[in-house]
Design a binder for this molecule. Structure first.
Ligand code: DGL
Length: 284
C-alpha cells in the first residue's frame, strides 16, 4: 500500500475515508469515485459485524467510533459515513471525536427527496435501526415540516444483498411483502434509506407504481462531500499521481471481492483484512 504518512504529503492528497457495515456503502463510493476522480479513497466495510440495522444504538455508536478513529489514524482528510444506520445513531457523536469533516447520508437524502416531491408525501425504507431512530422524520421537520413521511423497515434486504441475491425470486417476494403498505399510500417519492438498497432498485421499481420516483441519495452525498472539501480547501486539485483506492474489511475479503464485482463492474485488488480485535482497541 502507498503510505499516507500525513507529514510528507500535502493534506489535499490525503484520502477520503468511506465506511459502511458491508457492501452497501459501495453505492456511495461509486458516485464519489465518479464525481471526484482525483481523490484517493479508502473504503471500510465491517463485514464481520454486518448487519448494523438490527443492533442497538450503543453498539452502533461503538462500531462507528472505532472505524472513525481507525480511519483518522491512517490518516484521512474527511469521512463519509456511507451507512444510514450509523448516520442515524452516531453522526453527532463522531463529529466530536475527530477534528476532520464528517458527513452522513440522511440529510443529503432528505434534500434530494424534498427537491423532487410534488405532493409532499414521501416514503422511506431503511433498516430497523434507521426507521426506529426517526432520523428521516426529524430531518424533514427541519428542512420541510409540511412533508408527510411514511416509513417502513426492511430488515432482510441487507442480508440478501450481502449474499449477492440481488436478482433472486425470493428477494422479489420479500420486497412485495415489505412494500405492500407503502403501495396503499399516495407517496410520490420513495427514499432508499439504506445504502444497500440501491442494489435492489430494479426489484423495488417493479413493485411500486410508476408514479413513485425512487430517491437514491448517493449522488447527493458525493456532491455534499465535494462541497465540504471545497469549503475546507481540501479538494485534491493536483495531478501529481494517479488516484488510489484501498479497501478494508473485517471478514471474508474474498467474498467482498467476488460480490463487489457485480456492483462495481470490475474486480477489486486492494482489499485488506482488519481484525475486530484491533478495532476494539479504538473503543473509548
Ligand atoms: N448500509 C447500511 C445502512 O445504510 C447498513 C445496513 C446494515 O448493516 O444493516 O443502513
Amino acid at each position: 500500500m502507498r503510505k499516507f504518512t500525513g507529514n510528507n504529503i500535502n493534506k489535499k492528497q490525503l484520502p477520503i475515508g468511506i465506511f459502511d457495515s458491508g457492501l452497501g456503502g459501495l453505492t456511495v463510493y461509486k458516485q464519489i469515485r465518479k464525481l471526484l476522480p482525483k481523490e484517493n479513497l479508502i473504503y471500510f466495510g465491517d463485514t464481520a459485524r454486518v448487519p448494523y440495522g438490527s443492533k442497538s444504538e450503543n453498539t452502533i455508536i461503538d462500531f462507528a467510533t472505532q472505524i472513525t478513529k481507525f480511519l483518522n489514524d491512517i490518516p484521512v482528510k474527511a469521512i463519509v459515513v456511507a451507512c444510514n444506520t450509523a448516520s442515524s445513531y452516531a453522526l453527532k457523536k463522531l463529529k466530536n471525536i475527530v477534528g476532520i469533516p464528517i458527513i452522513g447520508v440522511i440529510e443529503p437524502g432528505v434534500k434530494a427527496a424534498n427537491k423532487k416531491t410534488k405532493n409532499n408525501k414521501i416514503g422511506v425504507i431503511g433498516t430497523t435501526g434507521t426507521i426506529k431512530s426517526n432520523s428521516y422524520k426529524d430531518t424533514f421537520k427541519k428542512i420541510n415540516p409540511s412533508v408527510e413521511v411514511y416509513s417502513n423497515d426492511c430488515p432482510l434486504f441487507v442480508p440478501l444483498v450481502e449474499e449477492g441475491w440481488i436478482d433472486h425470486s425470493v428477494t422479489y417476494q420479500i420486497a412485495q411483502e415489505y412494500l405492500k403498505e407503502l403501495i396503499n399510500t399516495d407517496i410520490d417519492s420513495l427514499i432508499l434509506g439504506c445504502t444497500h438498497y440501491p442494489l435492489l432498485e430494479h426489484v423495488i421499481k417493479k413493485i411500486l407504481p410508476n408514479s413513485v420516483q425512487i430517491i437514491n441519495s448517493s449522488t447527493e452525498v458525493a456532491m455534499e462531500i465535494e462541497k465540504v472539501l471545497t469549503n475546507n480547501n481540501l479538494l485534491n486539485t493536483g495531478n501529481e499521481s494517479k488516484s488510489m483506492n484501498k479497501f478494508y474489511v473485517t471478514d471474508f475479503p474474498q467474498k467482498f471481492i467476488d460480490i463487489s464485482k457485480n456492483i462495481l463492474g470490475y474486480s477489486l485488488e486492494n482489499v485488506e483484512l482488519v481484525s475486530t480485535e484491533l478495532l476494539d482497541k479504538y473503543s473509548e
